[in-house]
Design a protein around this ligand. Structure first.
Ligand code: ATP
Length: 199
């Protein structure tokens, strides 16, 4: 079995995440995609629009019920005190769960930010990153340290879907529908729990 980890704040998970992760798995031959919601992404500021980890985890679970043969959810980062650093998760998977390799999916916007993640050199050595393109972000290889060039071979051909959690939160806050942007179960959960509403 080939596993592809997919970390994120998933605040909330949306169809951009799911469709692009599935396309990556199909293109690069992964059997399962493991969604790993972060306890508190170090690059995001906590605030009213940041849903509690329990909510974000449950929305990931709801999203995966539509394709359980491909997707699963792992709450590994929610058992550690925040912030969640990917290097800690990668080491936990290798040392505690005895994974031989860790393959980790990121969007192009995150790739450009990767040098600022905790312990980037070690992270690059110990992790096989797989990159998906994302509308609005040109991958500027020359702006990245030379060691990142190896990732050129690991850019997956995925659809370009201009969907973001930020836009979804804004839509909810202004009373707009988020149907078709998130799985139906997630839209229902956001409504039922009054997430992302203004005020
Ligand atoms: P926000 O708008 O709150 O910043 P987001 O939509 O970027 O959220 P995250 O949960 O932060 O969602 O993203 C998790 C991972 O998925 C990141 O690596 C991000 O680059 C990637 N990603 C998110 N949306 C897309 C998309 N539409 N296409 C490709 N990659 C995406």
């Amino acid at each position: 079995m080939r596993f592809l980890c997919f970390g994120g704040s998933f605040n909330p998970i949306h169809n951009g995440h799911l469709v692009c992760a599935r396309a990556t798995a199909e293109a690069l031959g992964y059997d399962r995609v493991i969604l790993i919601p972060a306890a508190h992404p170090p690059h995001k500021v906590a605030g009213a629009e940041f849903a509690e980890p329990e909510h974000r985890l449950e929305m990931c679970r709801l999203a995966t019920t539509l394709e359980p043969q491909l997707f699963e959810v792992d709450d590994i980062e929610l058992h550690r005190p925040p912030p969640s650093y990917t290097i800690d998760t990668v080491r936990q998977l290798r040392q505690v769960r005895n994974w031989k390799e860790v393959h980790w999916l990121i969007g192009a916007d995150m790739l450009m930010y990767l040098p600022k993640w905790r312990d980037p050199e070690a992270l690059l050595r110990e992790t096989q990153f797989v990159v998906m393109r994302r509308p609005g972000t040109e991958i500027a290889w020359s702006a990245l340290p030379p060691a990142y060039s190896q990732l050129r071979r690991h850019v997956a051909e995925t659809p370009l879907l201009d969907i973001s959690s930020t836009d979804i939160r804004r839509r909810v806050a202004t009373g707009k529908s988020v149907e078709y942007l998130v799985p139906p179960g997630v839209a229902g959960y956001v409504r039922e729990h009054g997430l992302y509403r203004a005020g």
